[in-house]
Design a binder for this molecule. Structure first.
Ligand SMILES: CC(C)(COP(=O)(O)OP(=O)(O)OC[C@H]1O[C@@H](n2cnc3c(N)ncnc32)[C@H](O)[C@@H]1OP(=O)(O)O)[C@@H](O)C(=O)NCCC(=O)NCCS
Length: 166
């Protein structure tokens, strides 16, 4: 039985289970997604399912019942009420699933988990994701210059956040 956390018009957010792991790994390694994230191993994902500080969720389309992405939130127990929106990957792009998922993530973070701050980092070159976050109210706070080393190249990260009442 799937354990649902939130629903909206078109999507369901439910807890990721072991049987979703192949979908998650395949999605993460897809060349349309891999350059924009820092992929985890199977074991890292499985550990996250059991970690009470982390929410690992699958995005399902309500109508087709098919998975269209996944998200990870971390810091549920953060003493400063600062939750990290660690990852979002949507497989069926440009159909509004990202916007709808972030709408639910804000609800989960601020209403269910009483966050004061929801923050994320995003690669400088990931303009699509940055535009999406900005359209959802996230504010750019600054840049961590060349803080990531991947494929022998340094990448910079933009830090963005949303505060409860601002
Ligand atoms: C970034 C990402 C999550 C966005 O998800 P998405 O479901 O494609 O996002 P949406 O469809 O809600 O919105 C994206 C764009 O599609 C447009 N869009 C939404 N519905 C649309 C529709 N029905 N027809 C055409 N365009 C549409 C939006 O206006 C938006 O356009 P913009 O970039 O010009 O602002 C997705 O592209 C992804 O998984 N990327 C790879 C991983 C990644 O970058 N993750 C974030 C790491 S920080």
């Amino acid at each position: 039985m799937k354990k649902i956390l939130e629903k909206s018009k078109r999507i369901i957010l439910r807890f990721t289970e072991n049987k979703d792991i192949d979908f998650v790994i395949k999605t993460e390694s897809n060349p349309h997604n891999a350059p924009f994230i820092v992929p985890w191993t199977k074991q890292q994902h499985k550990d996250a399912f059991l970690n009470k500080d982390i929410l690992h969720l699958i995005v399902d389309d309500k109508l087709t019942n098919k998975s269209v992405g996944y998200v990870i939130l971390a810091g549920l127990k953060n003493p400063n009420h600062s939750i990290e929106f660690m990852r979002i990957v949507i497989t069926k792009k440009k159909k509004g699933y990202g916007q709808e998922t972030i709408g639910l993530i804000k609800k989960i973070a601020f209403e269910k988990f009483k966050a004061h701050r929801l923050w994320l980092d995003v690669k400088v070159k990931n303009h699509i994701a940055q535009r999406l976050y900005e359209s959802q109210g996230f504010i750019k706070e600054g840049v961590l210059r060349e803080c990531l080393l991947s494929n022998n190249k340094y990448d910079s990260l933009v830090i963005m956040s949303l505060l409860k009442n601002k």
